[in-house]
Design a protein around this ligand. Structure first.
Ligand code: RM4
Ligand code: MN
Ligand code: MN
Length: 431
């Protein structure tokens, strides 16, 4: 028997928070009523928002300098799913897990699916890894994978991606995400055009292996580990490839994969308009692909991204079905705490975006009134929707205060005893 947080423990903790939640909820309900907004509608929206947890995110991440392992870290995919189950139990908005292969390759995919199912979890997009060499691997990815000049390396990388899809079929996943590290570190190292042609050739084979009801997500990133040129470097290249591949190919936006100050919300709007938005890897970034916690650096940007998403939702844009995933590297925090708080930040932005007075915004845009347009957005962004989030969680059986409840439960302390000897575990989530 392994330690789990009891529902009754969550209830007890929630009882202690009752008084302030009721008071704040009532006050907010009155304020929103004046704006003709029914708070109950927002609670429903909050409760319906879901984001997938990355299997690699529940372990402590590292940089290329060091990794400082935490206590009681999960040692295998089953323990990772236990932690994902705990996150889900407390915040209720994270019912799915996104698996990285081979880091979290299951020995028996049906068994893993049942194990996850028993915790209310399902599987979101699969993720391939052709940015590292695995023990016993025939060909090295040192100079690329899907775009490598040598056909046999490309074939090996294609086969790995197809294997991910096969595993995903058993797990009940419906999408496959491809991020490659391919690129060059020196001017002249790579022929830009030929590398992209080879990418498309490889991706066509992966695309052909997709079941009818699956999608493939192309994830771009502007640099690192290739520091001079990256093959799939931006959303334009990603969009071109998705179009070339066909209707099941989409463009995934990892927030950290853009240069500082890039207008990501506009990229999102373009991909929505072109019917090619796959979804997100949420995180935050200050300088590069920092993989910091969602909403920790640029909460207004996160809100503006959700503003575009909610706009599309309300306009019933055809085929609009973005997959939401977190992709973060937790180097100095307890990963469970970071993932819970990040999930909460996403629901917060989503609910705030639903608070935007769309008629007023539209009017300001038509009347060429930039100040009023910004004021309309700011009114939603500055509304404290915390009581809505707390009530949505509580009504779905989660915790009013997930962080406090988690700490009070002693979960990590219990896991430290159950999962001893964590020193020297290989790092994941580095890049
Ligand atoms: C990459 C990218 C991928 C993730 C790896 C671990 O930078 O964000 O999505 O799978 O890191
Ligand atoms: Mn990512
Ligand atoms: Mn990344």
């Amino acid at each position: 028997m392994t330690f789990e947080i009891d529902d009754s423990f969550i209830d007890d903790q929630n009882r202690k928070a009752r008084a302030w939640v009721d008071e704040d909820y009532e006050a907010l309900a009155r304020k929103l009523r004046r704006q003709n907004v029914d708070i109950e509608d927002l609670v429903k929206k909050a409760a319906a928002f879901h984001v997938a947890i990355p299997s690699w995110g529940v372990g402590t991440g590292g940089t290329r300098f060091a990794r400082f392992a935490g206590e009681g870290e999960p040692r295998d995919i089953y323990e990772k799913l236990e932690d994902c189950g705990t996150i889900f139990k407390l915040v209720r908005s994270t019912p799915a897990v996104s698996l990285h292969i081979p880091w979290d390759k299951p020995d028996d995919a049906s068994k893993l699916r049942a194990f996850a199912g028993a915790r209310g979890l399902s599987f979101d997009a699969m993720n391939s890894n052709t940015f590292q060499d695995q023990p016993g691997q025939t060909h090295s990815y040192k100079f690329g994978s899907l775009t490598h000049p040598d056909r046999s390396v490309r074939e090996q990388a294609v086969a790995h991606n197809i294997e991910c899809i096969e595993i995903g079929k058993t797990l009940g996943s419906k999408a496959h995400t491809v991020w490659i590290a391919d690129g060059g570190n020196f001017p002249g190292q790579q022929h830009f055009q030929r590398a992209l042609e080879r990418y498309l050739e490889s991706m066509r084979e992966i695309y052909a292996a997709l079941p009818d009801d699956w999608r493939v997500f192309i994830e771009h990133k502007f640099y690192e580990p290739a520091f001079y040129s990256t093959v799939i470097n931006d959303w334009g290249t990603s969009y071109y490839c998705a179009r070339e591949l066909g209707p099941k190919a989409f463009c995934l936006v990892d927030l950290g994969h853009h240069a500082p100050n890039v207008n990501i919300e506009m990229i999102v709007a373009r991909l929505i308009q072109f019917g090619k938005l796959a979804g997100f890897h949420f995180n935050d970034s200050k300088y590069g692909d920092d993989d910091l916690d969602a909403g920790s650096i640029k909460p207004f940007q996160l809100f503006l991204i959700f503003n575009e998403l909610v706009d599309a939702e309300l306009n019933s844009v055809a085929n609009f079905n973005p997959a939401y995933m977190l992709d973060q590297s937790h180097n100095v925090t307890d990963p469970i705490e970071s993932l819970m708080m990040s999930a909460v930040e996403l629901v917060r932005s989503y609910v705030q975006a639903h608070l935007v007075d769309r008629d007023a915004l539209n009017e300001a845009q038509e009347q060429c009134d930039p100040l009023l347009a910004l004021a309309t957005l700011k009114q939603a962004f500055t509304t404290d929707v915390a009581p809505i989030l707390a009530v949505a969680r509580e009504r779905s059986g989660g915790a009013i205060d997930p962080l406090k409840t988690y700490r009070q439960s002693g979960y990590r302390r219990h896991k430290a005893k159950e999962r001893p000897g964590q020193k020297g575990v290989t790092a994941s989530g580095i890049v």
